[in-house]
Design a protein around this ligand. Structure first.
Ligand code: UT7
Length: 321
């Protein structure tokens, strides 16, 4: 059967790392508050010349190298981002140009923090229907540029970065690798709990991120537990069959609560929120790359991805690595 298999991962971070202590020198907050409420200890902030597409390009190069795939072989690039370089063209086209693999399909997907899950599912469908053979699926964000640095309830939570995977259509056995099941959801009624107060068709300005964190938190724990169970039910598995969960990295307490609901020990959850903070669509592929490169996630492991973000949008995807 044809499945979409992750054959390489890569990630990229801006040069500038900012600790909680450094933030507390400029904003009315403290290292203790941020660590206790979120688990975040530091974040990377994009500087001059570092953009969503440049970070995405760096992450993609590393993923291509890890997969042993040449840029010219890539027929599809899907970039998940809520912070594109420009309103248009899609940042994916700029990544395509920088990598030197023009001519194939390239577009952006906008599902905020769930963007990588949406992009992965879209690429999976396109590969399985033969629209391309090899794809780059990327999450890349520069949220620092849409933060209100006067609003301590949001600005301490986010960071910049990118993660990428090479996804290849392969003819595999039933027990072989690849994406096994995905479920995605959206519920637009909750827009006002997490949104950007601008945009080309409203204010004409880019706008700043606004979030009612406590309410988002409540929805996240419920929605994530539900969608994880939907995916497990679809493949007839339980939490005990999962080797690793690679979650969206918004808050260490959400990660703990979700793992508890699934009956998963904390050691099976890949946590990078402490060093990257919330990098929106980049957080899942960034965390995946960390855990692949440090040797935790190995070929054959059963890996669950999950995310929830603005919209609301949320989803989960299960893959045998
Ligand atoms: O990625 C998309 C999805 N996003 C999320 O999943 C985020 C979900 N939400 C969260 O992670 C948490 O709700 C937050 C980390 C955003 C906030 O944690 P919380 O435990 O829900 O805190 P809170 O908003 O209820 O605020 C508690 C207190 C407030 O003070 P009072 O009203 O109790 O006196 C805030 O003013 O903490 C205060 N506070 C801060 N204090 C120091 C809020 N931000 C800060 C800050 N430093 N940065």
């Amino acid at each position: 059967m044809i499945r979409s298999v992750i054959t390489g991962t890569g990630s990229a971070l801006p040069r500038n790392c900012v600790s909680n202590v450094e933030l507390a020198e400029r904003i009315d907050t403290s290292d203790d508050w941020i660590v206790e409420r979120t688990g975040i200890r530091q974040r990377y902030i994009a500087g001059e010349g570092e953009t969503t597409s440049s970070l995405a390009t760096d992450a993609s190069r590393k993923a291509l190298e890890a997969a042993g795939v040449a840029a010219e072989e890539i027929g599809l690039i899907i970039l998940a981002t809520a912070t594109p370089d420009h309103t248009f063209p899609a940042s994916a086209t700029q990544v395509q140009h920088a990598l030197g693999c023009g001519g194939g399909i390239a577009f952006d997907v906008q599902a905020v923090c769930s963007g990588f899950l949406y992009a992965l599912a879209t690429a999976d469908s396109m590969l399985r229907t033969g629209m391309a053979k090899k794809a780059l699926v990327i999450g890349s964000e520069t949220f620092s540029r849409i933060l209100d640095w006067e609003d301590r309830t949001t600005c301490v939570l986010f960071g910049d970065g990118a993660g990428a995977v090479v996804l290849e259509a392969q003819d595999v056995a039933e027990d072989g690798p690849g994406i096994l099941a995905t479920r995605l959801h959206a519920e637009g009624a909750h827009k006002d709990l997490l949104y950007v107060d601008g945009g080309p068709s409203t204010t004409g300005e880019v706008g700043k991120l606004r979030m009612k964190g406590r309410e988002v938190f409540r929805h996240a724990v419920v929605n994530l537990a539900e969608v994880l169970n939907e995916v497990l039910d679809e493949v007839g598995m339980t939490g005990a069959d999962i080797d690793w969960v690679v979650p969206h990295q918004a808050n260490a307490r959400i990660l703990d609560a979700t793992a508890r609901k699934l009956g998963l020990p904390a050691e099976k959850v890949i946590v990078t929120v402490d060093r990257h903070a919330n990098t929106s669509a980049a957080s899942v592929p960034l965390a995946l790359d960390v855990a692949v490169r440090d040797g935790r996630i190995k070929r054959g492991d059963m890996v669950m991805f999950e995310a929830m973000g603005g919209g609301f949008t949320w989803g989960a995807s299960l893959a045998r690595f």
